[in-house]
Design a protein around this ligand. Structure first.
Ligand code: GLU
Length: 484
């Protein structure tokens, strides 16, 4: 029996993008579900787009998300190397076979020749494609080109009048006419194979049984199938994932600012990886029931290519934030504190190293807002009131509350209580509120909201006693005095 083997094959051109993360995740989930293997290899033959840290960026991003792999550049494996530029030797026999059997040929056309050809075709209103000019060069012509010093590329000879069909596991029956496809380059003049050629050799040599990738590769598939056939190699199965659209239902582009595009950014902002994984899993896959929250193990159990959507997935940032908030609410506070601290430090609100007391303080602060956080970085705007020199009132209504008749009475009484207290802990504050109530006769909103607005500027907010405890005696006294 053949082992189920799938792969993710990014070009190391930068950070891990949402689309790439989804492809990797789906491959990983199905591999685990099927008890197969998941391979990550790098398509680095396009050196103009090469980024030095591209490989580690991809792997680090996936590791953070919780995706695991069985073979790659970092852990090796029996089918390596896992970078195309290190595999050039392995491709050579296949190039020779195609040339020998007449399924490929040398093409001496220069960029300028091709440009001219394209222009002529466009002028005639034809779809531009390579005319096949070098298909039947004579020995003399070849010699003449070589004497000129031209370096040939190698093109695949596309068979005429054929229909290439395959059954895609998501898109079902797909067909392409070969007459629409010009002979395409498989090896560039510098000897480096192009994507379409290298990818089939890697998939073959790495014994990949199912290719899961983005829909943008659908039109590459007939080219790849023709080459498998020409080489007499078995063709793997294919599953092409529908596009991901942004919130305006337009194709997601890397410049789009309405959504966060890179996994690293989610990590930096303090999203929880299990929430991001859960969310990405729903981009094109739908679970059986109503439930949408899944652990990694549940995703592995439930994931199924039969439940993939043919129509594009819409990336809904609000839903991601909602989902991340659900996970944050359930998370251990200490974990959220660890994510929040660097943001408070960067905002200049905490020193580089924290005393035990400061650590305790920030723990209480984060716990106060944990329910509200969509991601850890939000602690900075949410907790602003603790760090401001002066109270600013959120609106006129709040400011007006301070002018009401009862305000100075309540606040004056509260100030006396605070001044007498040794420290502002939650129990002490409860007792003080009672005392103010007894002394002034004000209660409910007139008591609590007055104190809240006076000290925070806000009419509503998290637990008042904890808020006052965090502000501390000194700040409470100085804010009250300024106001009175
Ligand atoms: N390097 C290609 C990409 O990043 C991989 C395509 C494939 O999976 O065949 O889109």
């Amino acid at each position: 029996m053949t082992t189920f083997r799938v792969r993710y094959a990014p070009s190391p051109t930068g950070h891990l993008h949402i689309g790439g993360a989804r492809t990797a995740l789906f491959n990983y989930l199905i591999a685990r579900k099927m008890g197969g293997q998941f391979i990550i290899r790098f398509e680095d033959t396009d050196q103009t787009r090469h980024v030095e840290s591209g490989v580690s960026n991809q792997l680090d991003g996936l590791k953070w998300l919780g995706v695991e792999w069985d073979e790659s550049v970092d852990i090796g494996g029996p089918y390596g190397p896992y970078r195309q530029l290190e595999r050039l030797e392995l491709y050579r026999p296949f190039v020779d076979q195609l040339l020998r059997e007449g399924n490929a040929y040398h093409c001496y056309c220069s960029e300028a020749d091709l440009e001219q050809e394209r222009a002529e075709q466009e002028a005639k209103g034809e779809m531009p494609r390579y005319s096949g000019k070098c298909r039947h060069l004579s020995a003399e012509q070849i010699e003449a080109f070589q004497a000129e010093g031209r370096k040939p590329s190698i093109r695949f000879r596309v068979p005429e009048d054929r229909i290439i069909g395959f059954t895609d596991k998501i898109r079902e029956e797909v067909e392409f006419e070969t007459n629409g496809i010009g002979d395409f380059i498989i090896v560039r003049p510098d000897g480096i194979p192009t994507y379409n050629f290298a990818v089939i050799l890697d998939d073959h040599l790495m014994k990949i049984t199912l290719v899961i990738r983005g829909e943008e590769h659908l039109t590459n598939t007939p080219r790849q199938i023709m080459m498998y056939e020409a080489l007499g190699l078995p063709v793997p199965e294919f599953a092409h994932l529908a596009l991901i659209l942004n919130q305006d239902r337009k194709k997601m582009s890397k410049r789009d600012e309405s959504i966060i595009q890179f996994i690293q950014q989610y990590q930096d902002l303090g999203y929880l990886p299990e929430a991001v994984m859960n969310f990405i899993a729903l981009l094109g896959w739908s679970p059986k029931g109503e439930e949408e929250m899944f652990t990694r193990e549940e995703l592995i159990e439930q994931f199924d290519l039969d439940r993939m959507s043919k129509s594009p997935a819409v990336f809904d940032m609000d839903k991601l934030n909602w989902m991340n908030n659900q996970y944050i609410k359930k998370a251990d506070t200490a974990r959220i504190v660890a994510l929040a601290i660097p943001h408070l430090q960067r905002a200049g609100r905490l020193p580089e190293t924290l005393t035990a007391e400061q650590q305790q303080w920030v723990h209480t602060l984060v716990a106060l807002y944990q329910e509200q956080l969509s991601y850890a970085a939000q602690i900075v705007p949410l907790s602003e009131l603790f760090f401001r020199e002066e109270v600013t009132f959120q609106d006129e209504e709040a400011a007006a509350m301070m002018k009401e008749e009862h305000a100075p009475i309540v606040l004056g009484s509260f100030l006396t209580q605070v001044e007498q207290a040794s420290e502002l802990n939650v129990d002490a504050l409860k007792a003080m509120m009672k005392a103010v109530q007894t002394e002034t006769g004000y209660k409910g909103k007139q008591l609590f909201m007055t104190i809240r607005v006076a000290l925070t500027g806000q009419m509503h907010g998290p637990d008042l006693n904890v808020t006052l405890h965090l502000l501390g005696k000194e700040t409470v006294i100085s804010r009250l005095k300024k106001l009175l």
